[in-house]
Design a protein around this ligand. Sequence first.
Ligand code: EPU
Length: 420
Amino acid sequence: MDKFIIKGGKRLKGEIEISGAKNAALALMPATLLANGIYNFTNMPNLRDVKTMASLLNRLGVDIRFRLHRMTLNTKSINKYEAPYELVKKMRASIYVLGPLVARYGYAKVSMPGGCAWGPRPINLHLEGLSKLGVKIELDQGYIIAKANRLTGNNITFDVSSVGATGNILMASVLARGTTIIENAAIEPEITALAEFLLKMGAKISGIGTRRLEIEGVDELTPVDEKMIPDRIEAGTFLIAGAITKGEVTVTKCNPENLTAILEKLKAVGCRLEIGNDSVKLKAPKILKSVDVKTEIYPGFPTDMQAQWIALMTLASGTSVVTDTIYYDRFKHVPELMRLGADIELHENVAVVRGVRKLIGAKVMSTDLRASASLILAGLVAEGTTEVLRVYHIDRGYEFIEKKLRALGADIRRVSSKEY
Ligand code: EPU
């Protein structure tokens, strides 16, 4: 397992290009199961999760070529309908094949995703929604077996707004007979990107970008090409890297409109921002102000930025309260940040962060993707050397993070397990 060795204290300065969005790629790739033919995707991020999704689709019979951010998917020879345990346990987003497979082929067998490193992550809304469309669902030895003739449209109201359940039901309903209405649909940009993609393929969807989606099922869809939207979480993470190192960082090829909640908070911290059409330039203040954050569904502050925000707040001038309302247990970074000298008290889903004068480098262990990002951010400013162990998590969701950080002046290197 690789680790990162970071010598803290470098002020980051410069420009960095943001990659394509992981969570858009992970939704659009399974959507290709809905029509036979060839798709060309561009701006595809080179990430472990994207490769895991490619392996899964490949097992189903999709021929995939992936080179230099361009992916070609040929779905002409799909001949299997099963997502095995070995792949689903690596990546929960594998559940996204369930909706399209059962909608198009009338059968899917998908390993039930277990909990995640930071706690439970149910899929009841995916299964209830599919049942409402006429899918018969059984659980057998850890697998979801889904069977249906042609799906039938229905009204589905989610109690909780869910990115994954909205995506799965959307992909299933585009080929259903009749009309499906999804109330309390997720409006995260990655779901909007999925809906726009399905629309281009010939689906009939109205209300895109709102909490009420209306889908009129069609008999057939056609493959189309697509460019992935920029990764808003990567952009937010690099902006925080600029802020925490008291630097000056510009993120380019991003969509500032999708970053509103993060940018508002960075302004409140005292950062000066220049917002362009597809770029944001951040200049950090000398003293960071403490700013409370509560994660919310989009357009609120994303849970996927909570860990990075806590890292920033460890060095702010006062006390801040960071609450995660989406995932109550997503705080595995807190005890590790405390090993670097952070002063954080955790009460269930609320972290009270008292700013300290400095962090001091140490060995820390990353447990999940965003926790890894948080520890790297802390390492960039900690005095001395920080070693972040188990960084394979970071490769799931940040493309070449150490190269991008080095380009901004950070002293960070990856040491492969063979070397230590
Ligand atoms: N929920 C249920 N039942 C369900 C589904 C969700 O109760 O059937 C609850 C969850 O427990 C949670 C809330 O609904 O409290 C929202 O979960 P959601 O379904 O929206 O999450 P997800 O689709 O599993 C996606 C992202 C996550 C991101 C969340 C929240 C992908 C592949 N994953 O997960 O991304 O944290 O939305 O925005 O899109 C990450 O990139 O690091 C990551 C974890």
